[in-house]
Write a protein that binds this ligand. Structure first.
Ligand code: MG
Length: 251
């Protein structure tokens, strides 16, 4: 056996030994148990109400946490006696005073029981994460439209996995997990993502955000940091109501 062959065999045995040493199956339960970091305690809410560490954005009493997206004056939507608020048509979108990055968002919405309009002109609103990325809110019951613009779509980007709306006039829940995109030197280096659960049904499964969600044109990727959460006034046929809105910050 020549020297080169001997060296090669020795090397292979050495690598093999270390690889085996690293992958030795633990024989005691303690070897695979962690005791830190200890997760913080969070008291869960009941019936969709806010957990103890959430920021409540709307609890039915007032719109103090919101401003008009048009001119940053007080939000002009209607606070109802049942603890909800409704789009005040053509007063414009409203947005949170506070800026957020990645969040877990809980929001409930309903369209009016009295049906008006067709397609995108039926009760239409939207939840914009980071002020830029719309999760569509639309009364799609017996109301077809383009599927990447239907209820639960990431508008014009991702068709929902299911159509999980309750009957028109009843309350829907959206539980949304949003991870913000990452920008470096003005360029996107990591896409954001969205997960949406509607009424307990997974409808968007950690989908990649391709960029902004415009009505016309391709998604764009303007660099940004944290931004407000925004709710859409789609015009005469919004008539959508919201209630019980809270977020948990994830960054
Ligand atoms: Mg919309």
């Amino acid at each position: 056996m020549n020297t080169l062959k001997c060296t090669f065999i020795a090397l292979a045995l050495t690598v093999g030994f270390f690889a085996t040493a690293q992958e030795v199956e633990p024989t005691k339960p303690e070897e695979t148990e962690l005791y830190e970091p200890v997760p913080p305690k969070v008291v869960p809410g009941t019936n969709g109400s806010a957990p103890s560490d959430a920021i409540v954005l709307f609890d039915g009493s007032n719109l103090d946490n919101w401003i008009s997206s048009r001119d940053s004056t007080a939000a002009k939507w209607i606070v109802n006696k049942d603890g909800s608020m409704s789009v005040n048509n053509r007063t414009g979108d409203i947005q949170t005073k506070q800026n957020f990055g990645s969040v877990q968002l809980h929001i409930e919405w309903k369209s009016p029981a009295e049906v008006q309009g067709q397609g995108q002109s039926r009760a239409n609103s939207g939840v914009f994460l980071n002020n830029l990325y719309e999760v569509q809110v639309l009364d799609n019951n017996d109301n077809d439209t383009y599927v990447n613009g239907q209820v639960g779509s990431i508008y014009k980007q991702h068709v929902p996995l299911a159509m999980a709306s309750v009957p028109t006039g009843e309350w829907n829940t959206y539980d949304i997990i949003y991870h913000a995109p990452v920008f470096e030197k003005g360029q996107k280096v990591k896409s954001g993502s969205l997960t949406v659960i509607q009424n307990g049904v997974l409808i968007q499964d950690h989908v990649e955000i391709k960029g902004t969600t415009p009505y016309i044109g391709w998604p764009k990727n303007p660099p940004h940091g944290k931004g407000p959460l925004r709710l859409q006034d789609h015009g005469d046929n919004s008539r959508v109501s919201y209630r019980n809105i809270w977020v948990r910050e994830l960054d």
